[in-house]
Design a protein around this ligand. Structure first.
Ligand code: FES
Length: 86
């Protein structure tokens, strides 16, 4: 599956191993995404899903905690720049 990240005004397309969270995939790709607790508590890692579904959203235009969200569709667009914490 592929994930497109929008982060600090730039776009990155990354091939993701299934079962990994959106945050894990971004960290492995060294994108330097925002995060803190890694446990779904703080909200630092929140981002807007613009396309696709994850374990945390069944419809698009939803904000998810990327440390908890595992992609469930073949293509996901994750926008950190439009998250409420930015
Ligand atoms: S890093 Fe704290 S909620 Fe995701």
């Amino acid at each position: 599956m592929k994930i497109k990240y929008i982060l600090n005004g730039r776009e990155y397309e990354v091939e993701a191993e299934s079962g990994r969270t959106l945050l894990d995939v971004a960290l492995i790709a060294r994108l330097n995404p925002p995060y803190s607790c890694m446990e779904g508590n703080c909200g630092t890692c929140e981002a807007l899903i613009e396309q696709g579904t994850t374990s945390e959203n069944k419809e698009v235009s939803r904000v998810v905690r990327t440390c908890q969200a595992i992609p469930s569709s073949e293509f996901v667009i994750v926008n950190y720049d439009k998250s409420p914490t930015q």
